[in-house]
Design a binder for this molecule. Structure first.
Ligand SMILES: C=CC1=C(C)c2cc3[nH]c(cc4nc(cc5[nH]c(cc1n2)c(C)c5CCC(=O)O)C(CCC(=O)O)=C4C)c(C)c3C=C
Ligand SMILES: [Fe+2]
Ligand SMILES: [Fe+2]
Length: 337
């Protein structure tokens, strides 16, 4: 067998030269069952970009403890958010892909728009091979993580690179690494928040809850924290809110190490004691609603807030397939088409 994957020898260069746009997100289990969640977590948590502790030690902890305990617990949480269309993250990602394809087509842009997931399905390698077979020689990759982070965007790049190192004929490649301060991104977020304020009134505080990361990653040079804070600052400026009206916090801790703070759960338990009983919460690190927003924020954190005496907790949905969000995606890829 040849060492590298080349052009199809029967077709040669015929029908090539197409542009492909690859939207990439994290991935989600195939079903809300312990077995499917175990498969998903085993792949996710074996990624050295995600958990940076010595490999042999981590393998023992992962297989000896975590993958025995967590799948059943997580599967129960996934069941709470699962719909007849499956995992929200998958359903929404598919809708985003379709909407971007339709928008570009309406603009007269010819491009194959595809979705891949970093873990699980559709797998990055399979989707890249499919695009290659469709004649794509120019590839634009848009990981749907607004703020660059090594464990997410960096890992998405690894998956692309791992596949392409096996190819003989590489496409031209454009990798969009961050859009935390893109004006259309800020505009899309602002619109979604303004729509909430118009309906329910301005809350005492707007809480912007970002997915967390070990604090050590920041110290080692990961820009994620600074990018999150910049998103918050630009968003507050665009909304005309004072610094004191907005809280940035970090959710979804994993393991015993210190993570970026302040922690969202502790914030929610503390606010009512400070007289803050009316909050709106948005999650600007998530381009699509998923377990971490629907269950952890709109479910668990709402309960923490209300149990501590909070009166009004509104979760503002992720940008999902809002037209302005799709417009932002088109704008991000346009320079490379
Ligand atoms: C173990 C460390 C983790 C790091 C670091 C991390 C970073 C990170 N993650 C996202 C986005 C998402 N994470 C999601 C789920 C999820 N994340 C972790 C762990 C880390 N994430 C776990 C173990 C899980 C699985 C859920 C569970 O078992 O509790 C999801 C949702 C997936 C879904 O199916 O809905 C997203 C999205 C970002 C942006 C990020 C950045 C630093
Ligand atoms: Fe995560
Ligand atoms: Fe979580």
């Amino acid at each position: 067998m040849a060492k590298f994957i080349g052009l199809d020898k029967d077709k040669g260069h015929a029908g090539r030269g197409k542009t492909g746009i690859l939207l990439l997100n994290l991935g989600t289990p195939d079903a809300p069952t312990p077995a499917a969640v175990r498969r998903y977590l085993a792949e996710f948590l074996s990624d050295p970009r995600v958990v940076e502790i010595p490999k042999a030690l981590w393998k023992l902890i992962l297989h000896g403890i975590i993958l025995r305990v967590r799948p059943a617990k997580s599967a129960a949480l996934y069941r709470e958010v699962w719909t007849d269309k499956g995992s929200p993250l998958m359903d929404i990602s598919e809708r985003q892909t379709q909407a971007l394809a339709e928008k570009l087509k309406a603009e007269g842009v010819e491009a194959e728009v595809a979705l891949a997931m970093r873990y699980g399905n559709p797998a990055v390698g399979d989707v890249l091979k499919r695009l290659h077979n469709q004649g794509v020689d120019k590839l634009v990759v848009l990981p749907l993580y607004p703020q660059y982070a090594g464990p997410t965007t960096g890992s998405a790049f690894d998956a692309i690179a791992k596949e392409l190192t096996q190819w003989r004929y590489l496409p031209s490649l454009h990798f969009i690494h961050t859009y935390h301060d893109n004006p259309l991104f800020i505009e899309a977020l602002a619109e979604s928040i303004e729509a909430d304020f118009a309906q329910h009134g301005k809350p005492q505080k707007l809480v912007l809850s970002y997915h967390g990361m070990p604090e050590r990653n920041l110290k080692l040079g990961d820009p994620y924290y600074c990018f999150c804070i910049k998103t918050s600052r630009l968003l507050a400026e665009r909304l005309g809110l004072a610094e004191d009206d907005v809280i940035s916090s970090f959710q979804s801790r994993f393991g015993k190490a210190k993570w970026l703070g302040p922690y969202t759960d502790e914030t929610m338990m503390a606010l009512p004691k400070q007289g803050i009983t009316d909050v709106a919460v948005a999650c600007p690190a998530f381009s699509a609603d998923c377990l971490e927003t629907l269950e952890e924020i709109a479910g668990q954190n709402r309960e923490f807030f209300e149990q501590a005496g909070g009166k009004s907790f509104r979760y503002i949905a992720a940008l999902n397939d809002r037209p302005r969000h799709i417009e932002m995606m088109a704008e991000l890829v346009r320079p490379y088409l």
